[in-house]
Design a binder for this molecule. Structure first.
Ligand code: RFL
Ligand code: PHB
Length: 390
């Protein structure tokens, strides 16, 4: 089989790029390790920067997002019983974020790909990326017991943190940086009215909590838990009691509880692999970098990669100019590291670190006091939260 761009991974990064390219008559094949239902069963991101939502529209996939997504002009930070609204719109000259679930957005991208008759091959196994440093890379894999080969010009590794693409780069050519945090997020989805019309990030001596949502009748809540905990340790009742204990009293009368329809624990990790390219392989999204979810930056950071890569690929095909591809890694990494810094900072500010000394605990308190009392500091938070420019 032949194509121009072979995309490894049918998550949001891979599908968005495929759709943007297909709209420019650049041929793509997407290969995905799972089936579509599995990909669509993962509950993940909920907050989109304007740059990301604009790309969805540019890809012709923004209609449902604009109808069903909620535009948020602020969020709240709680510290014990103190509650402060961060007016994103006022602090950033009118910018906002969009609350629209990754599951829905991925469904929109799959629908668009099917409408455009784009080829997606599911359930692929034993994926091997060959001849990456030549002008004719070959992607080999098996599907339904048959071995297949895709001959292409470029390979895009959009196969997430555990994918094969990054691992196909020889060890000596890649530098990895990272940190794991000594806690995870236990998340639940419930068919209840959200406790607040805006997101609430709560710092508390028992641990961090986040109140988020998917729509007016679907809530998404997270609490910080020890990384050694498993989902079985947390009945719904235990979850709600713990959440209640971490939220300010003023919110408790609005907290609706109910049975969970999804419950999972996500580890928190910061990670960057550089460079993000090797020959004609280009990494994008979680395949190259991971952030802890505290600043809602994972999917958005993936979106920035897609923006740079999309334009670089257009230059290559429409203007016969390869400079964009040559510069892709360094351009993407500059923004990736800013996002890493912000996500690390927001995680450090709001979580309980079990090993922290009394000095570090007092510094954390002071950092939050400063933030909540300084318009300048709040502007920095807001500028990063709504998304840095591409
Ligand atoms: P994905 O979504 O992991 O998709 C990769 C796809 O590649 C497939 N794959 C392979 N395919 C072919 N061959 C192989 N060998 C393969 N190996 C893997 C996988 O099956 C999968 O379908 O990566 P992508 O597309 O780069 O997207 C990244 C985002 O999913 C991720 O950054 C976000 O979900 C992170 N994240 C958040 N990001 C935000 O911007 N805002 C948020 O509010 C937000 N909240 C979150 C989050 C992530 C979370 N978890 C669970 C880590 C909340 C949580 C709890
Ligand atoms: C979510 O709704 O899943 C969500 C929102 C904001 C975050 C992380 C996750 O910072």
């Amino acid at each position: 089989m032949k194509t121009q761009i072979c995309i490894i991974g049918g998550g949001p990064s891979g599908l968005l790029l495929a759709q943007l390219l297909n709209n420019n008559a650049i041929d793509t094949v997407v290969i995905e390790r799972r089936n579509k239902e599995h990909v669509l069963s993962r509950i993940r991101a909920g907050v989109l920067e304007q740059g990301f939502s604009k790309m969805m529209r540019d890809a012709g996939c923004g209609e449902r997002m604009d109808k069903e997504g909620e535009v948020h002009s602020g969020f709240q930070i709680a510290d014990g019983n103190r509650l402060k609204r961060i007016d994103l719109s006022k602090l950033t000259g009118g910018r906002t974020v969009m609350v629209y679930g990754q599951t829905e957005l991925t469904r929109d991208l799959y629908d668009a790909r099917e409408r455009a008759n784009g080829l997606t091959i599911y359930n692929v196994e034993d994926v091997n990326l060959n001849d990456l440093t030549t002008d004719a890379p070959v992607v080999e894999f098996s599907v339904n017991g048959e071995t297949e080969q895709i001959y292409c010009d470029l390979v895009v590794g959009a196969d997430g943190f555990h994918g094969v693409s990054r691992k196909s780069i020889p060890k000596g050519k890649l530098t990895e940086h990272g940190r794991t945090y000594p806690f995870g997020w236990l998340g639940i989805l419930s068919r209840t009215k959200p406790v607040s019309s805006e997101l609430v990030y709560a710092r508390h001596s028992r641990g961090f909590a986040l109140c988020s949502m998917r729509n007016k009748l679907l809530s998404r809540y997270y609490i910080q838990v020890p990384i050694s905990d498993s989902v079985e340790d947390w009945s719904d009742d235990r979850f709600w009691n713990e959440l209640r204990s971490r939220l300010p009293d003023s919110l408790l009368s609005s907290l609706e509880t109910g049975s969970s329809i999804e419950k999972s624990i996500a580890p928190l990790r910061s990670y960057v692999a550089e460079p993000m390219s090797y020959g004609n392989l280009f990494l994008a999204g979680d395949a190259a970098h991971i952030v802890p979810p505290t600043g809602a930056k994972g999917l958005n950071s993936a979106g920035a990669d897609i923006y740079y890569l999309y334009r670089a690929i257009l230059d290559r095909y429409l203007r016969d100019d390869k400079t964009g591809l040559d510069n892709y890694s360094s351009k993407a990494l500059t923004r990736v590291w800013k996002t890493q810094r912000f996500s690390w900072w927001m995680t450090s500010l709001l979580h309980v670190f079990p090993e922290a000394t009394s000095f570090e605990k007092r510094l954390q308190e002071s950092e939050l006091n400063y933030l909540l009392s300084s318009e300048n500091a709040l502007s920095l938070l807001a500028e990063n939260y709504v998304g840095l420019p591409y």
